[in-house]
Design a binder for this molecule. Structure first.
Ligand SMILES: [Zn+2]
Ligand SMILES: [Zn+2]
Length: 164
């Protein structure tokens, strides 16, 4: 869904997750492993319900919905995934670990999230925040509007108001 590529990281997401769980005196149980594998199999924005349904569709019934939710929280704490904006009120997640910094365009009509990266934006933010003595080490930007596909969608017939 995106061509931003990957950032090379020394540990796999699963290794990093296992390390984090160890610091919390927890284990990477089989259900948790199934969830982390599924999440890092492809780079997609996802929500917890979709993920739970997908796992059930694959016959992974022993992963309960509550395990999916809890594992997602743990993965966020471990710095593997992050929450992004919520088109249509849904809570959406994406990879954070091993994935380059990027921003999102969010379509208010279809809820699509599109990614982009622009170095100029970054340098403008550095200048603006630096002027206030702020040392920036990251940013998030969400741009709202209507995507190209929705803009191309056929228009409805004129109603009376349009004709006046
Ligand atoms: Zn759209
Ligand atoms: Zn993204």
């Amino acid at each position: 869904m995106s061509d931003l590529g990957a950032v090379s990281v020394s540990a796999t997401p699963k290794e990093k997750f296992r390390e984090y769980l160890t610091t919390q005196k927890q284990r990477l149980t089989t259900p948790r492993e199934i969830v982390v594998d599924e999440v890092f199999d492809n780079h997609e924005h996802f929500d917890a319900d979709e993920l739970a349904i997908r796992l059930q569709g694959k016959g992974k019934k022993r992963v309960s919905r509550s395990t999916v939710y809890r594992t997602i929280e743990l993965m966020e704490e471990a710095g593997l995934i992050r929450k992004v904006a919520r088109p249509n009120g849904k809570e959406i997640w994406e990879h954070d670990y091993g994935y380059p910094q990027h921003d999102h365009m969010i379509c208010k009509k279809c809820g699509t999230l599109e990614e982009f990266h622009n170095d100029e934006i970054k340098s403008i933010l550095k200048t603006v925040t630096g002027a206030q003595g702020f040392l920036m080490d990251g940013h998030r930007l969400e741009v709202f509007g209507v995507c190209a596909k929705c803009r191309r969608a056929p228009k409805r017939k004129h109603n009376k108001l349009d004709m006046i």
